[in-house]
Write a protein that binds this ligand. Structure first.
Ligand code: HEM
Length: 327
């Protein structure tokens, strides 16, 4: 597993889902490409076999979503720097339940000591999406880590889902704009990234949202006899102890555009629509994007790749010679 820490030539691609012309770049002596590749292979198999795709995506997003573009210094500006692994950040209210994701990833991390936590969390998220049938996001690696609890982001930077909003916003759309604009993201990013909720569930014991269980979560994704989509051949999540929660979609381990279709249709009270989800079809600037993604999965995937790559690089300080790509 140990690789020579030498410069090498790698293929570098631009941020898009579509194949791009390869450009030769020098890769950092500090970034261990062999370990990154081996880690990705292990994560792909592990995450898919355990059905922990949704929580892996939420962990990556909650690490990077603390970014504040108005703060110059690393890591005080927040972002994808691995600081979520420390108390007090992991104990922030918005992160409730994510200690489970750390408990899953920490033993794996031990086998890849040269990989930063920041890279691990972003890789786990992107790999979880790919392994759920989603697009292959053009990821780049070589992030530096925050070093200790004193470098954690302050509480309150992640979005709330419903009134009352901590920043005093009068509507969900205003709140989303305040939070995502602070990260340097735009309306399209807000809508397309909301599509991350095609995966997973909300549980009363974590966020306070959702029911204890629904016909879609009591047995497993897409396996309810009431499911219009019927059974899935994807692995079913091992039934966890505690509440099963409410999913946004029927097949909540399948990454597709069903989130947009379901939010638009509002057809089933067993599927979740948070106020911040509903507003993507209610707000005049958000709606065209939401309509586009409900109608066209390929467009959703293409735009999702661009916004997810941005999200995964918020606030990042790269190692010397990074970023590197793996393909
Ligand atoms: C737009 C603002 C957002 C709000 C207000 C929000 C809110 C929430 C809430 C309340 C939960 C339920 C947590 C629980 O009870 O376990 C949740 C789960 C989740 N969120 Fe978001 N979220 C937002 C954006 C995002 C983004 C941008 C992504 C990824 C790109 C994302 C991915 C997820 C995933 C995958 C889950 C399911 C986790 C699981 O099943 O364990 N969310 N979100």
């Amino acid at each position: 597993m140990q690789s020579a820490r030498v410069s090498r030539t790698a293929r570098h691609t631009r941020p898009s889902c579509r194949p791009q012309r390869a450009v030769a770049v020098r890769v950092s002596a500090k970034v261990n490409v062999e370990q990154l590749k081996a880690l990705k292979a292990e994560l792909y198999n592990y995450i898919n076999s355990r059905g922990c795709n949704p929580i892996s995506v939420r962990l990556g997003w909650h690490d990077s979503g603390t970014y504040d573009k108005n703060i110059a210094e690393f890591p005080a500006r927040g972002g994808a720097n691995g600081s979520i692994r420390f108390k007090p950040e992991i104990d922030h209210g918005a992160n409730k339940g994510l200690a489970i994701a750390l408990a899953i990833l920490n033993p794996i991390k031990k086998k890849y000591p040269d990989v930063s936590y920041a890279d691990l969390f972003q890789m786990a998220s992107a790999t979880a999406i790919e392994a759920s049938g989603g697009p292959k996001i053009p990821m780049r690696y070589g992030r530096k880590d925050a070093k200790g609890p004193e470098e954690c982001s302050p509480d309150g930077r992640l979005p709330g889902a419903a009134h009352p909003f901590a920043d005093g916003s009068g509507s969900p759309a205003e709140h989303l704009r305040r939070v995502f604009y602070r990260m340097g993201l735009n309306d399209q990013d807000i809508v397309v990234l909301s599509g991350g909720h095609t995966l997973g569930r909300a549980r009363p014991e974590r966020s306070g949202f959702g029911a204890e269980k629904t016909k879609y979560t009591d047995v497993g994704p897409g396996t309810s006899t009431a499911s219009p989509s019927g059974a899935t051949d994807r692995p079913v999540t091992p039934k966890p102890v505690g509440q099963q929660g409410t999913s946004w979609t029927v097949n909540w381990l399948e990454f597709d555009n069903s989130y947009f279709k379901e939010i638009k249709a509002k057809r089933d009270s067993d599927l979740l629509v948070l106020p911040t989800d509903a507003c993507i079809f209610e707000d005049d600037q958000f709606r065209p994007y939401a309509e586009k993604y409900a109608a066209d999965q390929a467009a959703f995937f293409a735009d999702y790749c661009v916004s997810h790559q941005k999200l995964s690089e918020l606030g990042v300080e790269w190692e010397e010679g990074a970023p590197v790509t793996l393909d």
